[in-house]
Structures are given as C-alpha cells and as structure tokens.
Design a protein around this ligand. Sequence first.
Ligand code: CO
Length: 466
Amino acid sequence: MTETHSPGFHSLRTEVSDETAPVEGTVPAWLSGTLIRNGPGRFESGDERVNHWFDGLAMLRRYSFEDGTVSYTNRFLRTEAYADAQSGNLSGQFGTDGGGWRRVLAWVRSLGPPTPTDNANVHVARFDGEYVALTEAPRRVAFDPETLETRGDFSFADNLPEHITAAHLVDDPNHEEWVGFTTEFGLSPQYHVYRVSRGSRRREVIASIDARGPAYIHDCSVTDSHVILVESPLVLSVWRALAPWNEGVTDLLDWRPDQRTRILVVDRDTGNLVADPLVDAAFTFHHVNAYADDEHVILDLIEFPDASIVGAMSLADLDGGFPAVPDAALTRYRISPDGSVERSRLYDGGMELPRVARTVVGREHRYAYGQATDREGANGLVKVDCQNGTAREWWERGVYIEEPIPVRRPDAESEDDGVVLATALDSERDRTVLLVFDAATLELLARATLPHAEPFGFHGRYFDEL
Ligand code: CO
C-alpha cells in the first residue's frame, strides 16, 4: 500500500525494547519514573484501511526516566483484534464498517454473550496493582508495565451493567480511588457512576442516573464532594443501531442541539443528583478539572461548539490534513446551588487534551496544560493561568505536540514546580520526540529522539513507581 497518508497516521510495524533515546539538553536528574501512553499504531490489514483514527490497533508506548536518561519501548497489544488484523480481518469499534461496535449491538439485540472488541487503544490505568489498557467497549486488557507484553483480559470483580464504558477514569490521589462511569442501553438507559478503591478491583456504584438518549459521553470529573458528567445532545440512536445496515458508531450519533447540554452534578457520598442544569448545546470530549468552593461548583471543560469533530476524525478526512472544524475552547462553568450557571471562556486559542497537576485533581487548580490546536503546520503546547486568564505557549513549525502531562518535582511547593512531558511528532525528521519542559515557564529543557515516528496516540499516565 502506498503511504500517502498525513504524518501521524502512518502505520508503524516495528517494536523496540528499552532503547536509549539520545537526549539534547538536560532531563532533570530528579525525574525518575515512567510515562505509559496508549493509542492506535496500525491502520491497515492487508489492503484494507480502517475508516476512523479511533480504530487503529492498540500500541502501548513506554518512556522511562532515570538519572537524566530516557529509554523507550513500544509494543502492540496482542488482542483478538490484533490476531484478526494479522489474518486480514479488521475489527475496529468506532467508525469501521462491520467492526466490533456492531458486535456490541448484536449483543444488545440478542442478549447473547458479549463479544465487544478488545482493541483497547485509548488509555491506561492501574487497578489493584494490575496495569490495564482501556477503550470504550467493555473489554480491558492487562499488560506488563516493564515489557508492555500483553497479559490477557482484565475483569472487574462485579456485574456492573455496561454496554459502553468510559476509557477515562479520574485518578483521585486525594481520595485514593478511581472514579468512572458506564452507559447501559435498554428501555430506560442509564449512566452508572462508580468508584474503585486503591487495592480493589471491584466497582462500587455511586449513582445510577436516567440518561437522555443515552448520549455519547467520553470523560468525567470530580470535586472532593461531587462527580460531574456532561451530557451533550449527541445522542446514540439505539434504534438505528439495531438496523442491520449501520456503518459503525459515527452513523449512530445524532446531534440534537434543541435538547441542550445537561450538566449532571452528583453527590459523591449519597449519589443524589444535586444539580442538573441545562446549558446551550456544546460538545465535550475532555474535562480539565472541577472543584467546589463554599457555594459553587466550578467545572472547566474543553468545549466544541458542536459535534462535527467526531465525524471529522475519519482517516479519509485526516489524510487531507487536520479537519476544518472549529477548534475547542477552554470553558468554565460556575454552577450555583440554585442551579443557575455562569459560563466564561478562559483562553481564546484552540485547545485539546487538557491536564492539570495530579495533586490538584478535584481541588482548586490554577494551571491547565494542553495541546494548542490553532497553529498552522504544528500543534503547540499551552499553559493557561485560570486565575488571571493569561497563557504561555510553545510551538515549533512541523512539531505536533500530543497530550502534555505535568509531573511535579518531589517536595514541590507550588502547583507548577516540575516538568511537563509531551511526546510530539517532528514531521520534518519523521521521528517522534519526547519533550521535557519546565512546567512554570514552558522553557524546553530536553528533547529525546525516538527510533521511529509513532502514529498519534491518545492518552497516558505517569507512574512514579511501577
Ligand atoms: Co479522551
């Protein structure tokens, strides 16, 4: 197959283990730990190409830091989806005809045994000491965090209903638990919000909420006392899903702006829905963070004006360059106890893949980091000061920054004392680089060059110790 695709969407075929990446500049000596990221690594099987970026085969990437050095490992998950692709069958789940998504729906239809896709290419987490790759189908795959070798299916020790599940869970260090949610179809569809305590692999239901639709929801956030879901009017058409001619999940989604967006504020202890204000229709993949002050709940989101982004991530569109859909913006909602809501924009530029320092998850944050998406021929890095509305930015032509991850210096006192780690595609050199920035100034401290160009990934986590 000729490689006419845009940089970042080329399939990768090589795997390397513990390869030392040459470093220009200086990686701080205190940085000792491991960044593990997930994302699609291959888009073809035989002559067939998956239709949607979200459907590439899961490839884990590991960047380890020790005494100023960087070592790198990448490995595809050895899943059923991988074996299928080796034998010429594509089985994606998001926008690929005939893929695992339809198998999920076949399951819904027949109430037969579940066979959703195991192509867990979206995120990673650690439950009860086990490292797990996650996607939105209810299959999870355990892996070895040192070698990235696949260990096999991971199952929670519970029977929580889930037809779709969030690959994003909030890792809340202040409560020593993970918080996530599932979506259950049926005559009265529901979102089930749950927690998983550290050292447990049992999900405990916090709340079950009646869904409108249900909607497609990708992420959530917490405060010390709440869990927050944002239900955009991007509705999963279950009836159309049951038709035999559907073409994957993007054809099953209806944008119904008249329904508006509903913000679900759930009491984290009692499970009560304490507020559910309706606001103007907008679409969100990612939450930045949330927190409660004396009276209000403050919720920061990355918000698109509509849901055109979801269809625009098809590879056919991406091969023509990044899609011409509106950028997302860092948006703050201030929710009063009476349910009234104030909305404001915190940063004027385009932004995605937001992160805050782990220590402020669910607490008042000052700084949000993210990918700056409005550069010509590049994706930059941006740090927004959410208190005073100023921003610092870094970008270089031809360099496409992925999700930035802030890592605090041990014993740091201020929120931004540490580094920001970001992988990036250097399209001119056709290599992925691991960039280390000063988290306060965004000064580039080090650039480690990897032995190949990775396809663009999605999300990852930094672990101090494996
Ligand atoms: Co995501």
